[in-house]
Design a protein around this ligand. Structure first.
Ligand SMILES: CCCCCCCCCCCC(=O)SCCNC(=O)CCNC(=O)[C@H](O)C(C)(C)COP(=O)(O)OP(=O)(O)OC[C@H]1O[C@@H](n2cnc3c(N)ncnc32)[C@H](O)[C@@H]1OP(=O)(O)O
Length: 296
């Protein structure tokens, strides 16, 4: 009997009985199916986010399954984040009023495993790093998600696609005048290839940090670009780990926003990285803003 080979060339990956097998040479025509790259089912798809035991389920939830019509029938997928029967599905996020939407903020390109959703931003589901409004459908292929718990140490649901909100006042926009604006997403990294122990790529972590800090800067000052980003990688980040990123505005000088963040494991016990970033406000024009403070 030939070894089962997945579409990604990984042998011995469990098959999903709910899926119709593609025509693969030398694969027996038994009622077993290689994992489906379109299916986020936990046991059979490397793109899935593993369920974390003892994590309270978000409530209320909005249920959707935009990408995989087979998931609802799949008995092996009780924790599929996109399955209508899964209580771990995307939590409903109320709209955030009076937050400026900046549609043309440059998006950091091309980290294929990242997709970031923000309640502040319009839908961009096809971007490698995409922004979703809270009322928008979830990017179906998003294997990376961020979620805001109510406090940095609270239990989190790694199954939820990203929402970025202030943990202090999740329903309120960040105050532009606030000296510190904490900002706590949760980030599960998942591998493209299953069951291969690897570490998260430093560039992916940098993208995560840049985007998270940029989102905070955007919430504070509108359209911004990154001028400087400095990261200390303190401990490796295993794939499939769930992370907690806490970002804060350190100070603001005219158009310049100095931000910092700490990247923890989900329990808040291991500090994986620390970073600082300088973001430059693009609006208003710099000459008008130079009426404020200066200094590097
Ligand atoms: C899921 C949701 C996602 C949502 C995601 C949303 C957020 C996305 C965040 C990602 C954003 C990016 O990655 S953007 C892509 C990467 N970044 C870029 O491409 C930026 C390229 N660089 C530039 O465009 C420019 O150099 C700027 C804008 C940074 C600065 O040019 P400028 O506008 O002419 O301003 P300029 O006068 O030179 O500088 C303004 C002040 O900043 C200081 N300054 C400028 N650069 C630096 C620097 N590297 N280090 C220190 N200080 C600096 C200057 O001394 C000056 O201080 P003083 O004299 O006033 O005191």
């Amino acid at each position: 009997m030939s070894p089962v080979v997945s579409p990604l060339g990984v042998p011995n990956v469990p098959w999903c009985p709910s899926h119709i097998p593609p025509a693969v040479p030398n694969v027996p025509s038994e009622p077993i199916v290689p994992f489906c790259p379109q299916c986020p089912c936990v046991p059979c798809c490397p793109l899935a986010v593993r369920a974390v035991p003892n994590v309270p389920l978000p409530s209320p939830v909005s249920l959707c399954c935009p990408c995989c019509p087979h998931c609802p029938q799949c008995p092996q997928c009780p924790h599929c984040p996109r399955c209508p029967h899964c209580p771990c599905a995307v939590p409903a996020v109320p709209s955030v009023p009076n937050v400026p939407i900046v549609p043309d903020v440059p998006i950091v390109p091309s980290v294929p495993v990242l997709s970031l959703l923000s309640p502040l931003s319009p839908l961009s589901p096809l971007s490698p790093v995409s922004l979703l409004s809270p009322m928008s459908p979830v990017s179906p292929m998003s294997p990376l998600s961020l979620m805001s718990p109510m406090s940095p140490m609270s239990p989190v649901s790694p199954m939820s696609p990203l929402s970025l909100m202030s943990p202090v006042s999740p329903m309120s926009p960040l105050s532009p005048m606030s000296p510190v604006s904490p900002f706590v997403p949760i980030v599960p990294f998942v591998p493209i290839v299953p069951d291969v122990p690897r570490l998260a790529h430093g560039g992916a972590i940098a993208t995560l940090i840049d985007t998270s800090l940029g989102t905070l800067a955007l919430a504070v000052a509108g359209r911004v670009v990154t001028a400087n980003l400095s990261i200390d990688y303190l401990a490796p980040v295993p794939l499939r780990s769930v992370l907690l990123l806490e970002a804060f505005l350190q100070r603001r000088q005219g158009r310049k926003l100095f931000l910092g963040c700490d990247l923890w494991d989900a329990e808040g016990t291991t500090l994986h990285a620390k970073a600082t970033g300088l973001f430059i406000q693009q609006d208003p024009p710099k000459e008008a803003a130079r009426g404020g403070d200066s200094g590097r």
